[in-house]
Design a protein around this ligand. Structure first.
Ligand code: ADP
Ligand code: ZN
Length: 424
């Protein structure tokens, strides 16, 4: 679809959505009235800038059902995201929304080259988290054979992946790493597995991590992006060229804004990703601030898809650590670690404040083959890592090399930061 046609379609859909939330959802109506905007002011997609933002805080304030635009009798599914403190964030989906979800999810799997003839193992957790049921619905909409494995029970995962001939594995990148080790331990030769494709998402991951996963699992590893408030996994997906995550912008209209001021940023700049759902009916959200940092790419993709792409998520605004005044994202550390051949991609950042000074430790596992008690070798490796991290981050961490398999593994979203300052 040409940009112009896409904008036309988005405008029509936005208009409908705005009228819907204005008529059916009190908080939206109030907020729009406060801003002096009526549905009549929204005539094209460019008018979106007139609308108020929605934030995670709004979802907490109107917990659990206050932001629904459909009666509860039309809501057929509830999901919730963990949130960091207190009440979770709850989302309600109508039949229409589940159909959209299946559709965008099936687009993802199709973009990875999967068809109805393939077996897909879903190892995202099933439950309130959108990962499991989201990937499940995507696979079924495609017509593929879905194994609703959920996370955990690793030995059985490997057995069924092998016995049922799973071609695709859908899970978090950190759980995929865990499963890669388990596959190696299982002693079943790699060529007896049919696995070719990974659908990895739900947490930030880097190009370095992609390389690790592709090598360890012998697959192509694709990004899938989504968030509970918007729909779940399927908001965006990579294609075979793996150069940006295509967003399903005919359903979810993206903007990039300055995370401090909310001002829209020019094309190509890094900022906070904002989505408006333009087809959902259960809990449509206008200009929802995701807290995710990335940039949008409007140039056409080699694959022929004309949808806008986003760059890798650098991290969440909330994940950004400020250590001795310097901004640090865990993904920057991951990039460095994945570049150093002696290291495993398992790491943990520990931040503390001691005598009014921030301490910053990076724990990282050394590969079995390089794990040595020769002091010189260890010192040399530590020095190299410290130096590289210092030049990328702008501050120097204490690097602690730890034994292979000693850092706690994750079966869902990895926890890579312990910030002890928060408890002081
Ligand atoms: P929670 O906020 O509890 O983690 P969700 O499960 O809804 O709830 O998570 C959505 C968030 O997960 C996104 O806003 C983003 O930060 C992260 N995420 C999801 N998919 C990806 C991805 N492919 N790359 C990077 N981050 C992702
Ligand atoms: Zn593409």
């Amino acid at each position: 679809m040409s940009r112009e046609d896409m904008h036309k379609l988005q405008g029509i859909r936005l208009k409908k959505t705005v009228a819907m939330v204005y008529n059916n959802c009190e908080p939206y109506r109030k907020r729009m009235q406060e801003k002096g905007v009526t549905p009549a002011d929204i005539q094209s997609i460019a008018d979106i800038a007139k609308l108020p933002f929605t934030s995670k805080k709004d979802l907490r304030d109107y917990y659990p059902y206050g932001l629904l635009s459909s009666p509860i009798s039309d809501i057929v599914r509830i999901h919730a995201s963990s949130g960091t403190t207190g009440k979770p964030i709850v989302a309600g989906y109508t039949r229409n929304d589940l159909d959209i979800w299946g559709e965008v999810g099936a687009r993802c799997f199709t973009a990875y080259g999967l068809t109805k003839n393939d077996v897909i193992q879903v190892s995202y957790g099933y439950g309130l988290f959108t990962g499991g049921l989201g990937a499940h619905g995507a696979g079924e909409t495609l017509g593929a054979t879905v194994i609703p494995m959920s996370s955990g029970n690793t030995e059985k995962q490997i057995m069924l992946m092998h016995d049922l001939g799973a071609v695709a594995l859908a899970c978090t990148p950190s759980y995929a790493l865990y499963l890669a080790d388990a596959m190696a331990d299982s002693k079943i030769p790699r060529n007896e597995f049919k696995l070719k494709v990974g659908a990895f998402g739900a947490e930030p991951w880097t190009e370095g991590m992609r390389k690790e996963l592709e090598e360890k699992l012998g697959i192509k590893a694709y990004d899938i992006y989504g968030l509970t408030e918007i729909i779940g996994p399927g908001v965006g997906h990579e294609c075979q060229f793996q150069n940006g995550t295509h967003l399903c912008e005919d359903h979810f209209y993206p903007e990039i804004v300055n995370p401090e001021t909310g001002e829209p940023l020019p094309h190509g700049e890094v900022g906070e990703l904002v989505f408006s759902t333009i087809t959902k009916t259960g809990m449509p959200l206008l200009r929802f601030r995701t807290r995710d940092l990335t940039r949008l790419i409007y140039e056409p993709c080699e694959c022929g898809r004309t949808s806008v792409r986003m760059d890798r998520i650098l991290g969440r605004c909330d994940d950004m650590l400020i250590i001795r005044g310097v901004n640090v994202f865990p993904s920057q550390v991951e990039t460095v670690i994945c570049e150093i051949p002696e290291l495993e991609p398992h790491y943990l950042l520990v931040v503390d404040r001691i005598n009014n000074l921030d301490s910053f430790e990076v724990q990282v596992e050394v590969k079995e083959a390089f794990y040595s008690d020769e002091i010189n070798k260890v010192m040399d490796l530590r020095k190299r890592i410290t130096h590289r991290l210092q030049s990328v981050l702008g501050i120097s961490p204490d690097v602690r090399l730890v034994e292979p398999r000693s850092i706690e593994r994750s079966q869902g979203k990895a926890k890579r930061v312990i910030d002890k300052r928060k408890f002081k």
